[in-house]
Design a protein around this ligand. Structure first.
Ligand code: ADP
Length: 499
């Protein structure tokens, strides 16, 4: 037998269910509101909702835009109208809404749904609004995004190559410099792999060191070669530091990689310089010792000297060798003084033409192979370190002789440059210099590499010293040269006042 509840009981049951549901809605930890009719009258708003909009119970029963007029101009009405008309729910994610809260207009962010409420005839008569405020999270996210963008920009502007890797060493970020260096996009580089851009001869060592750094949770530091977009391996100093979590476990690695190819080249050149310098210093010393021994033998036992000419020739040779030694030692001393910015100039007023003539005469005396002509278009005094400027002329003419294997003529010119400058140039018709080396030959220890050049000994410091000295006189050095066609080296100095 079915027990049919009486009408009175049915109403009671319905009231109870309604009260129960109402209770759930009212106590719900999300904001819930029900809007009814075309003016969106608030039929229900739970405590959470009232808290969000900072309203009292009298908020219920009034059209929403009456209580919150500021929402009307922010597109909310259009959204509600759409739901009402279409009967399709609307989901909002992190939507920005401005409301008067705490007595001022404030920004808030909300996740919400506008759920249409349909009556039995399927007509939408109201909208249920379920919302959660996510302002704090969105603002925190924005701060994080901003600082991330800031650091990304910083990482991209840094001259070093920066990587970020996970705890296992899998690279998750390459800065712009890495992408420019390898000529790959982030995705290409990621799939190509970090290990493949490491020089094969350095890879095993790198893996070993990385393993050790991971084990001991310490920095990795290694000089190693990385492949560039031109297919060349360049030396880099690679530093990887582990970033640890609060328990001291590695959570990621930060890598800073700096190109040191220039330094490596200079190191190599310096090594060659030391080898060459020892050789160049030893050769004249050995020869001097030889001449001295011959002279001593001649004088041994109080013998008369039979051949004074031979003695004179030997002494002339010794004198030349000592001059060469002195020059080498002076250059080396100057080099260290320039390095330490301690080069002192002994300035005096002197006639540049006289210095040129004197120097050329000295050279003619020891070098008879190449004819040297002087062309003076201008006579001029300068204020400077006479000895050092003389050394530069010797260096220019010395190079012109050294790099002219066919003993061609060398021309030295003194001429006016502009209004108040004077120039000395030395022209040869020797092996010449490729354009790509024009600037480099003024670098310390730089010597042009090539079959021809190898046959001439030298240190690669003369032009570096010349440039430093001329610049200390507020002057400049220029070069005009073509491979196989000879060279013109010119230094330009300010004229002394009263010229
Ligand atoms: P080095 O002692 O090697 O001659 P420098 O500094 O005087 O040192 O010159 C640097 C390099 O420049 C030389 O090694 C040479 O390759 C090149 N060079 C200098 N002068 C000449 C020249 N007149 N003709 C050709 N090459 C030259």
């Amino acid at each position: 037998m079915i027990k049919i509840p009486s009408q009175k009981n049915t109403k009671k049951l319905r009231d109870e269910v309604e009260a129960y549901l109402n209770n759930i809605v009212m106590q719900s930890p999300v904001a819930i509101m029900i809007l009814k009719g075309n003016d969106y009258t608030v039929e229900l708003a739970n405590d959470f909702y009232l808290q969000i909009v900072e309203k009292e119970k009298d908020f219920i029963g009034k059209p929403i835009f009456e209580s919150l007029p500021e929402l009307k101009t922010q597109g909310i009405k259009e959204l509600l109208d759409n739901v009402m008309e279409s009967g399709i729910p609307y989901y909002g994610k992190e939507m920005e809404v401005h409301m008067f809260r705490d007595e001022k207009r404030q920004q808030g962010f909300f996740n919400f749904v506008y759920q249409p409420i349909r009556e039995y005839d399927n007509i939408t008569t109201g909208i249920m609004v379920v919302a959660t405020e996510v302002t704090e999270q969105v603002l925190a996210k924005k701060v994080l995004e901003k600082s991330e963008a800031h650091f990304r920009l910083m990482a991209n502007l840094m001259p070093a190559k920066i990587t970020n890797a996970d705890a296992e060493g899998g690279v998750t970020y390459y800065n712009k410099n890495w992408l420019d260096y390898t000529g790959m996009s982030f995705e290409q580089l990621q799939s190509f792999g970090y290990h493949k851009i490491i020089h094969p001869d350095d890879l095993e060592e790198f893996k070993k060191r990385f393993h050790k750094a991971a084990e001991t949770k310490t920095d990795l530091e290694m000089e190693m070669r990385f492949l560039n977009k031109g297919g060349e391996y360049k030396w880099h100093l690679n530093l990887a530091s582990p970033v640890k979590d609060e328990n001291g476990n590695i959570k990621m690695w930060l890598g800073v990689t700096t190109e040191i190819q220039k330094m490596k080249n200079e190191e190599e050149r310096k090594d060659n310089f030391i080898k060459m310098a020892s050789h160049e210093l030893k050769t004249p010393v050995t020869s001097i010792k030889g001449y001295i021994q011959i002279l001593l033998m001649m004088l041994e036992g109080g013998h008369e000297i039979h051949d004074p000419l031979q003695v004179k020739n030997s002494l002339v040779r010794v004198d030349k060798l000592i001059s060469k030694l002195t020059r080498l030692i002076t250059e080396m001393l100057d080099l260290t003084r320039i390095d330490e910015s301690k080069l002192l100039l002994q300035k005096e007023l002197f006639n540049l033409n006289e210095l040129v003539i004197e120097t050329v005469e000295d050279i003619r005396y020891t070098n008879t192979k190449n004819p040297i002509i002087i062309n003076e278009n201008f006579t001029c005094n300068v204020n400077g370190d006479r000895d050092r400027i003389g050394q530069i002329i010797i260096n220019f003419i010395g190079n012109a002789i050294k790099y002219s294997p066919n003993n061609d003529m060398i021309e030295v010119r003194v001429f006016r440059e502009g209004i108040n400058k004077v120039a000395v140039s030395v022209q040869d018709h020797g092996i010449g210099i490729n354009k790509k080396d024009h600037e480099k030959i003024f670098e310390r220890f730089y010597r042009v590499e090539g079959k021809e050049e190898k046959t001439f000994s030298g240190f690669g410091i003369g032009l570096f010293i010349a440039k430093s000295i001329i610049e200390r006189h507020n002057g400049s050095i220029t070069i005009e040269s073509e491979k196989g066609k000879g060279s013109i080296f010119t230094f330009i100095l300010p004229m002394a006042a009263g010229n």
